[in-house]
Design a protein around this ligand. Structure first.
Ligand SMILES: [Zn+2]
Length: 295
């Protein structure tokens, strides 16, 4: 699958990529075009807080591409979500909303929809939690029914680009606009009147240009400030290691106003599902969990 190809790419690239862009370990990241990882984030294994922590370094330098909203099928380029979150600097993320604006906490789920989306939806439903789903166009194409379920359950929608091009924000305005519009169009094929209030740049690589274009399309930039690395199966292998890591990070770092990054797509997400099953009974007692507001 795509994920494995990308992870292999990452692994094969080894130290060079780690030095330049990182392949998942924040502490090893140096700099990419996205910039250097901020000190606060680098110290996450130490004692410092990690609020406003951006995502992990990116890996894949996606070639320029055009969205292909009207060309579903075998020729549709695959999404490359599993490397998300990518290298994003504080500067990248500062272009986006990093807090809910109240004491409420927002759970956000990226890179879907996927086969794991119904499981996430089920656990959210069980605890009466509304969240925000950042959807990838090519995945929407495959799972209109899951998008419909997300909307029916009252969650907020967010455009996460057509195929998770980590370099989208550096492309031409026309290319950015086409990508975001194609994604919105595909979501609207699933749910014609769906409100898409947010845009989350792949990897958190917001640029002034992409934020401006998203605004013209009626979308606010959505960042995050708590990140449990639930995508990083190289560092936290699937199973108890991943689940335990997610639980530990979220129990410790969720705070009033937090926007929490998690993933319901982009790779095996059993760890995320299991972690939220364990976390939500407690989180729902400690915080009011809200979808990002759409007005
Ligand atoms: Zn993503």
């Amino acid at each position: 699958m795509v994920r494995h190809k990308l992870l292999t790419l990452c692994a094969l690239s080894g130290a060079a990529l780690l030095a330049l862009a990182g392949c998942g370990d924040a502490a090893t990241a140096r700099a990419t075009w996205h910039g250097a990882r901020p000190a606060a984030a680098q110290g996450r294994s130490g004692t410092g807080p990690v609020d406003n922590t951006p995502g992990r370094p990116g890996t894949k330098a996606s070639p320029p591409s055009k969205p292909s909203p009207s060309a579903p099928g075998p020729s549709t380029p695959p999404a490359s979500p599993s490397v998300s979150p990518s290298a994003a600097t504080v500067e990248n993320l500062r272009l986006a909303e990093l807090k809910t604006g109240s004491n409420n906490v927002a759970l956000t789920f990226d890179d879907g929809p996927s086969q794991y989306t119904p499981q996430i939806l089920a656990v959210l439903r069980q605890y009466h939690v509304k969240a925000t789903f950042c959807l990838i166009g090519v995945n929407v194409q495959k799972h209109h029914d899951y998008v419909q379920q997300i909307v029916a359950d009252g969650h907020t929608l967010c455009n996460h680009s057509w195929k998770h091009d980590l370099h989208l924000g550096k492309k031409s305005p026309d290319a950015i606009r086409a990508d975001l519009q194609a994604t919105n169009d595909e979501i609207h094929r699933a749910v014609p009147d769906a409100k898409i209030a947010y845009f989350r740049a792949p990897g958190g690589n917001f640029t002034a240009q992409s934020v401006q274009i998203a605004a013209q399309l009626g979308m606010k930039p959505l960042g995050w400030n708590v990140d449990p690395d639930d995508w990083d199966m190289k560092k936290y292998p699937e199973g108890p290691a991943m689940t335990g890591h997610i639980e530990a990070v979220l129990r410790k770092r969720i705070h009033p106003g937090a926007i929490v990054l998690s993933h319901d797509g982009g790779g095996p997400r059993d760890g995320t599902v299991t972690a939220y099953k364990a976390l939500l009974p407690d989180l729902t007692k400690r915080y009011t969990l809200v979808p990002m507001p759409t007005t």
